[in-house]
Design a protein around this ligand. Sequence first.
Ligand code: CTP
Ligand code: MG
Length: 379
Amino acid sequence: MTTAVVIVAAGSGTRLGSNQPKAFVPLAGATLLEQCAKGVQAWSQPFSLVVVAPPGWETPARDLLSHHGDVTVVTGGETRTDSVRAGLAALPAGTTTVLIHDAARALTPVAVFDRVLNALTEGAKGVVPQIPVVDTLISVDRSSMATGDAVDRSVLGAVQTPQGFQAAALIAAYDAIDGDFTDDAAVLRAAGHEVVAVDGDAMSFKITYPADLQRAASVLGATGGQRVGTAVDVHQFDPGVPLTLAGLVWPGEEGLAGHSDGDVVIHAIVDAILQAAGLGDLGTHFGANRPEFEGANSRVFLEHALTLVREAGYVVSSVGVQVIAQKPKIGPRRLEAQTLLSELVGCQVSLSATTSDGLGFTGRGEGAAALATAVLVAI
Ligand code: CTP
Ligand code: MG
């Protein structure tokens, strides 16, 4: 048996929201790809390693993995299916069994690799690690409304990687299929072969969203460094514009003037996040000298700030923000705003509000202020 492991690492990481591809985001003092390769290299079996990198990132991938022995780096494609094809095309001659592994499952224990290889040794053509589904599942339609009863989860499993195959069978299956498949076992099954399931592992979770990256960092013990940032933002009321506050539109309320949409809540959050990471402030990145941000939705600032912060090696772990204003009344929409802000930032955002007892510019109803505190964790 001659084994190869293909790590597919050519995805862009859209849901992680980073500027660089997911495989190259920092994770515990290295990159996600290095952490994944390190985990795979700990496997006691002999194998050759093929890494599928995003187009244009082959050299950085090769450089990062230079101390990981003999690694073949090839260029990935538009979809995961294309990337796996590229990896299969680069298998060393004589490979009889191949394990396809997502770089995004960087913390997968080697015991899973053993279980997959054992099943192949016992004659399986294809093997998937799977874990029981813990959440209650429901049917949803396209607008995400529940349309049916709960699905019986006892007959369902969630599949992970590495998935193992007799190399010739998988290559033939990939040659035979059309279209996209999200995993390789599905390709083998489409070609009419049976696939065997073995136990997966909770640590093989796929790093998809910022919270997953934070979880991975904390598993690797890399969350020692916490940073805190605090910021205030103030804008004057302007009856001529609609009010956008805490990411929500407030019909019938007087708006806030500003270079952008005047959303003091998001501005204070962005400022606190940038400050915590030591990256300056709103003015540094989106000042009045950046005409492209004129009238911009504050969410654009937030998305950009989150990217900068991740590139600096941090994720936001919690945010508290207080609105100081006579109006609008936050209470009736507080939970709605909190939910939206938490979704936008990717962690718990707590929102509260106060008036200033009629004192000062907020008391006179001339403007609104927001005070935010952000906690960042080093990854
Ligand atoms: N992958 C790949 N080539 C692609 C798409 C995905 O090699 N064109 C790889 C990813 O690098 C990842 C694995 O397939 O290791 C699983 O994909 P996923 O977790 O969806 O990663 P991304 O596609 O990068 O993320 P997103 O879907 O959020 O953009
Ligand atoms: Mg994807």
